[in-house]
Write a protein that binds this ligand. Structure first.
Ligand code: GCU
Length: 418
């Protein structure tokens, strides 16, 4: 049986998001036609993977940079450094190894971010899950030895040292012991150390350091915050390539919500990420924009004007004029495995739109002779399906839960032959 939004949740969500005038009625979803993933701008049909790789993929990638996420002014800065500032064995009561690596960069200003890593104590390099976090590394896990490094107070536009009692406050989202037990490494970094998440963020973090490379003025296709966060995920991957305890050919990049949008964009851009996972990423992530169900382009650009490039604002309420939709973002990940997860109560993120996006990326996987998403309709609750594209819709709210992680690890086991 196919999942359907629960009428009671529709009622609740319509109430909660009234001020945005968001649509939750499937009957009011506009008629739309998705841009063809397999037809090039000049009309050429993509009939094999070579035309995809040589031509169409490049076009789509360029369109996402130009109109949506923007472009970074620098690839990998020459003066970036990695410093191991903590290294301890036998932690977490499960024989894990903890490392903290400080990544420092310098452009117009200097900046740095600490990557917190836990690895299983094994004799061989391990595959690793890489995820940015919202509230600081200390909030990810209750580990008294993690430094309480400053986090942003968005109201005050200032960084402050977090209180001791905030240690581990988000730990339900990061089942680190379980991840280690299943043989995977876990790496995380505070997103605010990359770009602070408020509208006037441009003088800070990687924007403050590298935007001067654009010249006098930020162009309308300069990277937005999602672009900045995604760029840094690649810088963390640069580090993984230097760490012999990590199998950097098996990095699984994932993220929740705005950081799920980020993980998809990072995975689309950097082919070193071997598996890409989006959890409840919604509008500007996995969900099709043209459905205008729940959050829309106009709503997101108004509430978060710094997330995307300036050009994206031209498409407020004009989703049909965009030459791309989000199935094409997922298609950019091909032929690598990609997993999209939704939640029953997370109608703001449009679960059906997320599913349809995954399904409509399938033709590109087929070009590679791969199985796409092995179901035609959105599956029932808590019934994961896993081809080279995977999908589930979980019972419950907008969140990242142990259920989600277990499925992500099942998916990784399948594709990494574990
Ligand atoms: C808001 C926003 C979403 C986003 C979410 C989050 O709800 O509208 O687009 O995914 O925040 O990141 O938690």
């Amino acid at each position: 049986m196919a999942w359907k939004a629960n009428p009671e949740i529709i009622r609740k969500m319509s109430q909660e998001y009234k001020r945005f005038n968001a649509n939750y009625d499937e009957k009011l979803v506009p008629q739309y036609k998705l841009p063809e993933v397999l037809v090039c701008i000049d009309g050429t049909r993509v009939t094999n993977k070579d035309i995809w790789i040589e031509k169409r993929r490049k076009e789509i990638y360029e369109l996402f940079k130009k109109f949506m996420y923007g472009r970074a002014p620098v690839n990998k800065p020459d003066n970036m450094t990695f410093e191991l500032i903590d290294h301890k064995e036998n932690v977490l009561g499960c024989n894990a190894i903890r490392k903290v690596v400080r990544i420092s960069y310098e452009g117009k200003i200097k900046g740095c971010a600490n990557v917190l890593i836990y690895l299983p104590d094994s004799n061989k390099p391990c595959p690793i899950f890489l995820i940015l976090n919202f509230n600081g590394n200390h909030a990810v896990i209750n580990d008294a030895e993690i430094d309480l490094t400053p986090v942003w107070n968005f109201q005050l536009r200032k960084k402050i040292i977090p209180e001791e009692k905030t240690r581990g406050t988000n730990s339900s989202r990061y089942p680190v012991q379980r991840i280690i037990e299943r043989g995977y490494g876990f790496a995380t970094c505070y997103y605010g150390d990359i770009v602070p998440d408020f509208a006037d963020c441009y003088e800070y973090g990687v924007f403050g350091a590298f935007d001067y490379l654009f010249g006098e003025k930020r162009p309308p296709d300069a990277w937005g915050a999602i672009g900045g966060w995604a760029w840094f995920l690649s810088r963390i991957q640069d580090y993984f390539e230097k760490d012999n305890d990590i199998d950097s050919k098996k990095t699984i990049v994932l993220g929740h919500s705005r950081l799920g949008k980020t993980a998809l964009w990072a995975g689309a851009q950097d082919e070193r990420f071997s598996i890409v996972i989006s959890n409840d990423s919604g509008c500007g992530g996995a969900a099709l924009s043209r459905r205008k169900y729940g959050e829309t382009i106009e709503i997101i650009n108004t509430a978060f004007p710094h997330w995307f490039c300036d050009n994206f604002k031209k498409f407020n309420n004009r989703e049909n004029e965009l030459p791309i939709d989000q199935h094409m973002l997922i298609a950019l990940v091909a032929p690598r495995p990609v997993y999209i997860a939704s939640a029953d109560e997370d109608l703001w993120a449009d679960p059906l739109g997320e599913f349809l996006s995954a399904k409509n990326a399938e033709p590109v996987y087929k070009l590679f002779g791969l199985e796409g998403l092995p179901v035609d309709d959105i599956p029932d609750l808590d019934t994961p399906c896993m081809g080279t594209i995977g999908y589930h819709i979980r019972t419950g709210k907008h969140d990242l839960t142990t259920y989600d992680w277990e499925r992500f690890m099942d998916f990784a086991d399948k594709h990494l032959n574990r």
